[in-house]
Design a protein around this ligand. Sequence first.
Ligand code: CUA
Length: 308
Amino acid sequence: MFPKQASTMAPQVDLLYLFLIAVGLFFSGAIFIAVAFFAVRYRRRSDDDAPKAIAGNHILEATWIVLPLALVMVMFAWGAVLYFKMSTPPADAMEIFVVGKQWMWKIQHPEGKREINQLHVPVGYPVKLTMTSEDVLHSFFVPAFRMKMDVVPGRYTTAWFNATKIGTYRLFCAEYCGTQHSGMIGKVTVMSPTDYEVWLSGGDASEIPMHVRGEKIFQKLRCDTCHFAGDSQLGPKLHEIFGSTVALEGGRTVVVDDDYIRESILEPTAKVVAGYSPVMPTYEGQINQEQLMEVIAYIRSLTEQESE
Ligand code: CUA
């Protein structure tokens, strides 16, 4: 009835699901039995047979309010706890970047390895996916991991899993996205950590880490003229900013994360840092989704290097 369980979340999701099914079966059964029993026990025995009028029963009414309420609160709390677990990647998760487009999955590892409709991961490590779409809504779905997350144009969504079994699992697009939607499928290969290392370093020797690619794009688009010019530069500094909170023109603040950097590249005037003029042009159309992720990886690396 269930697909294979191949992630740490899978047994937990299945247990909750089984609980819901069990509760549903129990009450369906109880209702069918009660209907049959009452139909026989309280059937009309003669033409002038009339039931006694009942004014009400407070204990009975309280019971059928309190018991179902308690039961659905159990479902709610259990589901909420699982939901938070599923939506909070562990801090030490390794990160992989996913771009969905009609009709394929493009995947990039920070070390530079890129793949299409394939995802290779090591067993026993939390993996965080940062995902976006080049065109329409898609949804990244790996049934064996009980993991499904919308992949949305114009923003980043994240999902995570920790694979528990070596093997190959199916990857689906779970959001109707056009004529070839059903063909937008792939494979997730879970390998031992050593096999993963070998896989990661094998193949094309010219593979360049994402942040290095990002730096090249950064220089090609001449971002450095405004952001790395020194004290009188036109744009805000980019070192040691990732993850910090910056003040904006107009008094608001924003946390520098993937989405904010992305927005600042495509729509620079949306949130201007306090003390700067909105002079940056948009780079919409000059940079694709994968390059955007690479530039973000580069800007992130400017912070990570500082903290090492
Ligand atoms: Cu992509 Cu359906």
